[in-house]
Design a protein around this ligand. Structure first.
Ligand SMILES: Nc1ncnc2c1ncn2[C@@H]1O[C@H](COP(=O)(O)OP(=O)(O)OP(=O)(O)O)[C@@H](O)[C@H]1O
Length: 272
C-alpha cells in the first residue's frame, strides 16, 4: 500500500508541464519532446524573440537526489562551454522554487533515426564517408575544447538542409573526468569512457547503422558485418579500427585523414 501511494505521488510530482505554462515569464511550453530518466524535454516558444526553443526540466522527484542534480548541473556546464554553430547553444537557465530548467536552441531537423526508419533513406559507402567527415568536423572541435559526447547515436545526430547538428549532451563529460562505469557491459564501458576513443567507437557503430540501411539480407545465416556489408577493404579497415577490433585511432584527426583518403580516391576515379 505504501509503495502504491509512493508511486502515485511520484507520478503526480513528475507530470509534464501543461501547454501554455510560462518558464521564467518568457518561455511558453508547447509540447513534450521526450521524457528521460532525469529530465523532461519540451518544445517551447521564446515570447520575447518569437523563436522556438528547447526547455529541459530536471524531474521534480530527482531534485533532491545527488545523481539527478549532478547530471543537470553537468549538462548545463558542458553546454555553457560549447560555442559551435552545429550544437544547440545554451540560452538561459532557471533554478528556483519553480524548478530547474535549461533553455537551449531548438534544432528543427531530422535525426538519422527519422531518416532511416521513417523516410527509408538508404546510405551507401560514399554517403557514409561524407556524413562521417561532417560529423567528425564537429566532434573534433568538441574534443579540442576538452569535451567528449559519449552518446553519438542515430537519434542524437541531425540534419538540417544537409548540415549536421549534434544534440543531447546529457552524457557528455570533460575529458579525463572519470566516473564509475562498473556494472556496465563491455560495449557500454567503451562508450562511457571519458576519452576521445569512446566517441570514435560510437561513430564506428553509427557508421554501421547507416550502412545497414541499404543492406538486403540474402541468407538466414548469421554473419559478421564484414561478411554482410561487403565494403571496400579501406572502409572495412577504418571501421574495424574505430571499433578497436584492429588497433585504435588516437584522435579524430587521424580518422579524418583516413576517411578523406577514401573520399579523394573516389573523386579522382570519377574525374578519369
Ligand atoms: N536542442 C534540441 N533540438 C531539437 N530536438 C531536441 C533537442 N534536444 C532534445 N531534442 C529532442 O527531444 C527529445 C528528448 O531529448 P533528450 O535527448 O533530452 O532526452 P531523451 O532522449 O528522452 O532522454 P535521455 O536524456 O535519456 O537521452 C529527443 O527526441 C530529441 O531528439
Amino acid at each position: 500500500m505504501k509503495h502504491f501511494f509512493k508511486s502515485i505521488q511520484r507520478f503526480l510530482m513528475d507530470r509534464p508541464l501543461r501547454q501554455g505554462v510560462l518558464i521564467k515569464n518568457r518561455y511558453e511550453i508547447d509540447r513534450v519532446l521526450g521524457m528521460g530518466s532525469y529530465g523532461i524535454t519540451y518544445l517551447a516558444k521564446d515570447q520575447k524573440l518569437g523563436t522556438q526553443v528547447v526547455v529541459k526540466q530536471l524531474r521534480n522527484t530527482k531534485q533532491k537526489l545527488d545523481q539527478g542534480m549532478r547530471a543537470f548541473q553537468y549538462e548545463k556546464k558542458i553546454l555553457a562551454r560549447i560555442n559551435h554553430p552545429q550544437v544547440p547553444q545554451l540560452l538561459d537557465v532557471e533554478e528556483s522554487s519553480a524548478g530547474f530548467f535549461i533553455i537551449m536552441d531548438y534544432i528543427n531537423g531530422k535525426t538519422f533515426e527519422d531518416l532511416i526508419f521513417e523516410h527509408h533513406y538508404k546510405y551507401k559507402e560514399e554517403d557514409v564517408v561524407q556524413i562521417l567527415l561532417q560529423v567528425i568536423e564537429v566532434i573534433e572541435s568538441l574534443h579540442n575544447e576538452g569535451i567528449v559526447h559519449r552518446d553519438l547515436r542515430i537519434p542524437n545526430i541531425l540534419k538540417v538542409d544537409d548540415v549536421i547538428y549534434i544534440i543531447d549532451f546529457g552524457l557528455a563529460r570533460f575529458i579525463g573526468d572519470d566516473e564509475q562505469v562498473e556494472g556496465l557491459v563491455t560495449e557500454q564501458q567503451y562508450m562511457r569512457r571519458t576519452t576521445v576513443q569512446s566517441d570514435v567507437y560510437a561513430l564506428g557503430h553509427f557508421a554501421l547503422f547507416l550502412l545497414y540501411s541499404s543492406y538486403e539480407p540474402n541468407s538466414r545465416k548469421e554473419k559478421s558485418w564484414e561478411e554482410e556489408l561487403l565494403l571496400s577493404p579501406e572502409l572495412t579497415a577504418i571501421i574495424r579500427k574505430m571499433l578497436q577490433s584492429d588497433g585504435y585511432y588516437e584522435d579524430m584527426m587521424h580518422l579524418k585523414g583516413d576517411l578523406q583518403f577514401i573520399a579523394d580516391k573516389k573523386t579522382k576515379a570519377l574525374n578519369f
